[in-house]
Design a protein around this ligand. Structure first.
Ligand SMILES: Nc1ncnc2c1ncn2[C@@H]1O[C@H](COP(=O)(O)OP(=O)(O)OP(=O)(O)O)[C@@H](O)[C@H]1O
Ligand SMILES: [Mg+2]
Length: 332
C-alpha cells in the first residue's frame, strides 16, 4: 500500500523504483530506449515518470511529440516549485514526462541544485521513475546513477561506444564506492587504498587493498557492487558478430568492475526506429515488432527485483546472498 497521509509522504522515501538509463556516449540510443521503455513499463500497469536529465541538450520531449513543453526542469531550477508540479502528460498511457532544459549554463547546475533535485526525485509519486541521462561522466551525471536502484547501460557494437560505456560504468562504480564511505576517516582509508593500487581497472584489487585497511568499509563496498543492479542494452546491432561484441563487453564489466551486468535487450539497427524518431512518435505506440519485444522483456526484468530489499541489501549485504537480485534480473 502506498502511504496516503501527507506527513508520511514527506518523511518516507517514496517506494517508486528509480531506474537510470545511461551509456556514456552521445547518440547511442539512450533517449530512444528511455522513451520506449517508459511505455513498455506503463503497459505492465505501472505509473511512470520519465525525467530528461540530459542537462543542456534536452530532447526527450521531442521523441514524445511534444514541441514546446509548458513546464519542465527549468521551472524547478529557477523557482521554488515542487518537481512533481513540472510534469507534462504524454500521449502514452501512464507515462508522464519532466521535460529537460537546454538553457545555456544548465549543464553546470550547482551542487546545491543537484542535491535539491535528487531529494525531489526521491519523493516523486508514481511506481517507476526513469532517468534519461546525458552523455559524459561528470559528477552531475554519476550522482544520478548512484541515486538509482537499477541501471540500464545502452551501448552499440562500435568501438567508441563500447569504450565510453565501459568508462562510464567504471566512473559510476568508483563514484558510488566513494559515496559509500560515510566518514572523513573512511574517505581517507579509501583514498589511500585507491592511491596504493596501480590497477584501478580491477575493482577486486581495490577491494582487497581496502579490506586490509577497513574490513567494514570493504564489506559495504562489495555489497554495493553485488547489488549494483545493472543491465546492458545492446543497440543498433546488425548481426551475430555484433551480439558477440556486446557479450564480450558485458563479461568485461563483470570481470573487471565486479558488477553483474546481464544483457537484457538486443535492439537491431532499424529503419522503424529511425522513422519513429523523425515522426516524433515512440515506436512502441505503433506495436514496434522485434525491438518492442526486446523492450517489453527489459521492462519485465526491471520490474522483477524487490527494490526495498535491493536498497537494504545494497547497503547492508543480503541475508539471502548477494547474487540473489542480479540472478533474478538475469532470468526475468
Ligand atoms: N536501433 C536503432 N536503429 C536505428 N536508429 C537508431 C536506433 N537507436 C537509435 N537510433 C538513432 O540514433 C539517434 C540517437 O538516439 P538517441 O537520441 O536516443 O541517442 P542518445 O544516446 O539519447 O543521445 P544523446 O546523448 O545525444 O542524448 C536517434 O535519433 C535515432 O535516429
Ligand atoms: Mg538523449
Amino acid at each position: 500500500m502506498r502511504p496516503t497521509h501527507p506527513f508520511t509522504m514527506t518523511i518516507q522515501r517514496n517506494p517508486g523504483r528509480l531506474i537510470a538509463v545511461g551509456g556514456g556516449k552521445g547518440g547511442v540510443g539512450k533517449s530512444v530506449v528511455s522513451s520506449n521503455l517508459a511505455i513498455a513499463i506503463a503497459a505492465l500497469g505501472a505509473k511512470v515518470t520519465v525525467i530528461d536529465l540530459d542537462l543542456g541538450a534536452a530532447n526527450l520531449h521531442t521523441l514524445f511529440g511534444i514541441a514546446r513543453p509548458e513546464v519542465g526542469l527549468q521551472d524547478f531550477l529557477d523557482r521554488e516549485v515542487e518537481l512533481a508540479e513540472t510534469t507534462t502528460r504524454t500521449s502514452a498511457y501512464g507515462v508522464s514526462l519532466i521535460a529537460g532544459s537546454s538553457q545555456v549554463g544548465v549543464a553546470n547546475i550547482s551542487h546545491k541544485q543537484k542535491q535539491r533535485l535528487m531529494s525531489h526525485i526521491r519523493q516523486l509519486p508514481g511506481d517507476v521513475i526513469l532517468l534519461d541521462l546525458g552523455a559524459g561522466t561528470t559528477f552531475n551525471t554519476l550522482d544520478f546513477v548512484d541515486l538509482a536502484d537499477l541501471r540500464v547501460v545502452v551501448m552499440t557494437p562500435q568501438m567508441t561506444s563500447l569504450q565510453n560505456a565501459y568508462s562510464f560504468l567504471k566512473a559510476a562504480v568508483h563514484r558510488s564506492v566513494q559515496l559509500a564511505a560515510d566518514t572523513g576517516e573512511e574517505r581517507e582509508v579509501l583514498a589511500t587504498a585507491v592511491a596504493q593500487v596501480k590497477d584501478t581497472q580491477r575493482m577486486g584489487t581495490l577491494m582487497a587493498a581496502l579490506a586490509a585497511r577497513s574490513p567494514v568499509l570493504a564489506r559495504r563496498c562489495e555489497s554495493l557492487l553485488a547489488h549494483y543492479g545493472t543491465v546492458v542494452v545492446g543497440n543498433q546491432v546488425r548481426d551475430d558478430r555484433d551480439v558477440q561484441i556486446i557479450g564480450n563487453m558485458a563479461r568485461m564489466i563483470r570481470d573487471f568492475l565486479q558488477i553483474p551486468a546481464p544483457i537484457q535487450a538486443l535492439i537491431r539497427d532499424s529503419a522503424v526506429i529511425r522513422d519513429s524518431v523523425n515522426a516524433r512518435r515512440p515506436m512502441l505506440l505503433e506495436g514496434g515488432g522485434a525491438a518492442a519485444t526486446e523492450l517489453r522483456r527489459l521492462a519485465q526484468a526491471l520490474l522483477a527485483p524487490d527494490v526495498a530489499r535491493l536498497r537494504h541489501d545494497r547497503r547492508h549485504g543480503g541475508m539471502t546472498g548477494t547474487l540473489d537480485v542480479p540472478s533474478m534480473l538475469a532470468t526475468a
